[in-house]
Design a protein around this ligand. Structure first.
Ligand code: ZN
Length: 256
């Protein structure tokens, strides 16, 4: 299935969530599909196009069974992403912060928090709650269903040779690892910023986390030049995310 962009890249993008963006306005062009514990679950219209595209590309290579398998797997992956967002939302609720909605996009989830946790340890708790959900899912799959998650599987992840539940376990471990990269805009960047902010001013902590994110993006971009255009795309994505996070923090600082 060489015509599909690598699954690791897709999981990587799904791992980059933005749980504090768009504080006032919900994500446009999205449909409400459910309401869970007072939080609206919305699906962006491009997500439906994305599913159609997955269906068609798998259908072309592996027929109807392949298409069903491909779409089921993507849906299962995004259920895990959704649960990850609920992890952030429930942790935030513990600090009296509401989450009006969570929106799924082809590039991951957006949890819209009513406000940003202002104490570093609260931000730390909200940031780490998301990846912890994926740790629990992976552990539950591995121990309860005896799904085996091995690195070897990554090579075969695109083929029906690996069972859906084993794939999901592997993908959840990848979500945890990608999320914990200590660079904006990943959750790991927020965890790093929160830890730094315990010992230095918030603005300086943000600046350092943003620099690390942009440094990482440049390294990824350079690696991408030697072969993977997808890596260059991800590098741009991370660079922009880090810049955006720094801008939001500056804006907050100026409003204090
Ligand atoms: Zn997250």
């Amino acid at each position: 299935m060489t015509n599909l962009y690598p699954l690791s890249a897709r999981v990587f993008l799904a791992a980059v969530d933005r749980w504090r963006q768009n504080p006032k306005q919900r994500v446009r062009w999205s449909l409400k599909v459910a309401s869970i514990a007072g939080i609206d679950v919305r699906i962006h219209l491009t997500f439906l196009l994305f599913l159609a595209w997955i269906w068609l590309s798998y259908y072309r290579v592996a027929g109807l069974a392949g298409a069903v398998h491909g779409v089921l797997f993507i849906l299962a992956l995004f259920v895990c992403v959704l649960l990850h967002e609920f992890g952030h939302a429930f942790a935030a609720r513990g600090f009296g912060i509401t989450t009006p909605d969570i929106t799924l996009l082809p590039i991951g989830g957006v949890a819209r928090l009513s406000r940003i946790p202002d104490k570093p340890w609260q931000e730390f708790a909200v940031a780490i709650a998301g990846p912890l959900v994926n740790v629990v899912i992976a552990a539950a799959l591995i121990f309860a269903v005896h799904a085996s998650a091995t690195l070897e599987q990554l090579e075969y992840l695109e083929t029906p040779r690996v069972e859906l539940l084993s794939k999901l376990a592997t993908v959840n471990i990848m979500l945890v690892l990608f999320n914990l990269i200590p660079a904006f805009p990943m959750d790991g960047g927020r965890i790093l910023r929160a830890l730094l902010a315990m010992t230095m001013p918030y603005a300086r902590a943000t600046q350092i986390a943003a620099w690390i994110g942009q440094g990482l993006a440049i390294v990824l971009g350079l690696l991408g030049l030697f072969g993977s255009p997808m890596l260059i795309f991800i590098a741009f994505f991370i660079f922009a995310g880090a810049q955006q996070e720094a801008a939001i923090a500056k804006h907050r600082e100026s409003q204090r």
